[in-house]
Design a protein around this ligand. Structure first.
Ligand code: NAD
Ligand code: TDX
Length: 339
């Protein structure tokens, strides 16, 4: 039995990953999370009382909290991050603190504790906008948002700890992930919950930007495989090959909910908005991973989950979220045009 430290395990992908490990392995899981705005212990109700699960509230930038959480740990999987591109355009300091400095604190503590594996959860955004073809792991990094630049910083720090100290680091670069429990600031849960309430869906620019959508369970399976069998020092792209234009995803959400297309509002574009992401996933497939979910079916499942779990998201769409929403969308919606 291994003991795994999962950081950011109260967030969207991290909480699915904690549940995935408890369900599919006999690992012990320690979840270190600072419970920032996207951290939510309701995501972990199913495992909260499980004998192999333990929650530790703490910040990855705090060396003492990290050292305490690392006691007896065999491997680390680092999800903890500030994750929303639009927020990084308003305030980038917290992204540097957690995504770069926090990653360094974890790497340094993991090196001292001689952990056997460190998986750094990175993102396809580090490659920048990909006009044609697909990014390979050997491609140069070209992060274009403050979020992506901070993730690239954490990614490079992790590689440096492999080269310099031989810390057995693996890095995953996953694509846009969706599914239940995603905070309603990212486009899919925002549009689903707005549409349920007949509120406008603010589509940036011309709605033609392309993202490669990955169902959260498939993303977790890939990270678990890298934890198990990844080669130290290696990078793995993780994408399911579901490249869709934002307008297509929006129309599908409306169709699933039986809501009118008149809810769509084109709003002024995100500054520096990456046009397209696309990943070459030959390496992770050679390791034995393949996505198990069809995009349209997984999107329908996700829509259903939000319809059936209003008690999860309604309380989130007040307070901090409402203030953010007004600041992010108020003026834009006033300058919007219909589909
Ligand atoms: P999320 O925003 O839902 O959750 C982030 C979690 O990290 C929260 O629980 C939060 O409380 C915690 N956290 C933030 N700062 C912390 C700190 N200083 N110390 C401890 N905990 C802290 O994020 P997510 O969408 O689940 O993303 C998880 C990871 O996956 C991130 O590293 C992200 O960059 C990466 N990723 C996300 C996607 C995606 O589409 N969501 C795609 C590829 C990679
Ligand atoms: O209101 C919106 N309107 C809109 O048109 C929002 C929030 C987004 N969009 C567009 C921007 C993107 O082209 O939808 C697309 C997806 O946007 P986000 O959900 O904000 O995701 P993205 O910016 O692509 O980044 C995501 O994928 C990679 C995650 O937030 C990152 O954490 C991950 O690393």
């Amino acid at each position: 039995m291994r003991r795994i430290l999962v950081t950011g395990g109260a967030g969207f992908i991290g909480s699915h990953f904690v549940r995935y490990l408890i369900e599919t392995t006999d690992d012990e899981v320690v979840n270190l999370d600072a419970l920032k705005y996207a951290g939510n212990l309701a995501n972990l109700r199913a495992v909260a009382a499980h004998p192999r699960y333990r929650f530790a509230r703490g910040d990855v930038t705090d060396p003492e909290a990290v050292a305490a959480a690392l006691a007896g740990v065999d491997a680390v999987v680092n999800f903890a991050a500030e994750t929303h591109v639009d927020r990084s355009l308003m305030e980038a300091g917290s992204f540097i603190a957690t995504d770069v400095y926090g990653t360094y604190v974890l790497l340094e503590a993991a090196r001292r504790a001689e952990v056997q594996r460190f998986v750094q959860v990175s993102t396809d955004e580090v490659y920048g906008s990909v006009e044609s073809g697909s990014s390979r792991e050997s491609d140069p990094l070209d992060p274009r948002s403050p979020y992506a630049a901070s993730k690239a910083g954490g990614d490079l720090k992790a590689r440096a700890y492999f080269s310099t100290y031989g810390l057995p680091v693996c890095i995953t670069r996953g694509s846009n992930t969706f599914g239940p429990n995603q905070y309603p600031e990212k486009v899919i849960p925002l549009f689903i919950t707005n549409a349920i309430d007949d509120q406008p869906l603010p589509l940036y620019g011309d709605g033609q930007n392309v993202r490669d959508w990955l169902y959260v369970r498939d993303h977790c399976a890939a990270i678990a495989l890298v934890l198990e069998r990844g080669h130290p020092g290696e990078l793995y792209n993780v994408g399911a090959g579901n490249e869709r234009r934002n307008i297509e995803v929006t129309e599908r959400i409306l169709a699933e909910l039986g809501k009118p297309r008149s809810l769509v509002r084109f709003v002024p574009d995100r500054p520096g908005h990456d046009r397209r992401y696309s990943l070459d996933c030959t390496k992770i497939r050679a390791l034995g991973w393949a996505p198990q979910h069809v995009f349209e079916e997984a999107l329908a499942t996700t829509v259903r989950w939000y319809v059936e779990n209003e008690d999860w998201w309604r309380p989130l769409k007040s307070g901090e979220w409402a203030a953010y929403y007004r600041r992010q969308y108020g003026e834009r919606l006033a300058r919007s045009r219909p589909l």
